[in-house]
Design a protein around this ligand. Sequence first.
Ligand code: PLP
Length: 405
Amino acid sequence: MLAQRISLLSGSGTATAREAATRAAATGCQIIDLAAGEVIIQPPSSVREGAIAAIKAGTNRYTDSIGLSPLRKKVAEKLSAETGLAWNAEDIVITAGAKQGLLDAALAVLDPGDEVIIIRPYWPTFPSQVLLAGARPVFVDAHAPTYIPDVDAIGGAITRHTKAIIINSPNNPTGAVYDRAILRAIGDLAINYQLWIVSDECYSSFVFTGARHESILMAYPELRSRTILVNAFSKELAITGWRLGYFAAPPEIVSATKKLQSHTTSNPNVIAQYAILHHLQVGDGRFELEMHQRLSQARNTGLLILSGLHDVTIPGAKGSFFFYLDLSSLVTSLPDRGLVRSTDDIARLLLEETGVASVAGRAFGDVNGLRLSFGAPPHLLESGLKRVVETLNRLKTTEEVAYTS
Ligand code: PLP
């Protein structure tokens, strides 16, 4: 018999979409994968060379549970340059990806009975980790087309049990980027109600509005004693499988995590730590710039193609690398008795008949959305999106018999 906590966990909707795509591809179908939450590109040579050098040097030992000191120092320097705030190695914890940092945060601050406010649509791991920590997720809906949450709605969800608010800007899945006003308003709530802010900024390199990413701590430095700022190299350097992230937090969180990580993973992978350290020492920023240029171009091309959609508002896609389509009016217009009646059905249709993998919004707690990644290789992205537009526009016509009768 399994522990009760396992029954609280939903499977990862994004992983399920990926698995469905892999199964379809195994049957010989040519699938264009727009479901993956990663940019398909080789990581920078400095990262690869750093890893090879570490292996050649025979690096094989445990490190400090919260990471190598020189790496923590380099990350502190990077974060200081990016945020304009002063960070030291002592403020930084190296983690096995942002995901471990977020779990550390949940385990360090939550007790059973606590509530955590999560903005919906959400990245599915947020509520799962809150549940794992024995606490209760409380959802506040952010609506299309901006997906910026309403501060009064967040305030209205606060109770005497509320312990934290999780925010994620740039956002997965919606692509929303929170501006200074919303960040400050959320910060006021955190101060007034003495809440923790967990700020997941792992898409911070991907803002396409011409502005730079603004961390909640840049907007509101006074929040520093109650904020855990989580980030990772996974997306920025296209090394999702290498598992290396970090967070910056007040001293009590850093020392709690030193204990936590020593009992969970011992330390983040040592080769990945040396690889990133090497990149931070010798990287000239060119890779990051080229990555941004590639995604910016992919976004422009994608938005142009998506502008051919009938009755679907063009997504903002201001940050991260996702187009998040609000299909509510399309779904409402579908025949009641057809086989395609929901965004789940649409995602299935796209996979099975159109050959494009996407993620239906249900994975993010939203039955109206559909997520398409623009991290796919550019030529595939273009033909994948064209097929999506064709299929969705065709669905509007009542003659969609192939799948509806
Ligand atoms: N946070 C968000 C919002 C994500 O979308 C992801 C991955 O998709 C993560 C965290 C996990 O990042 P990592 O691979 O560094 O654990």
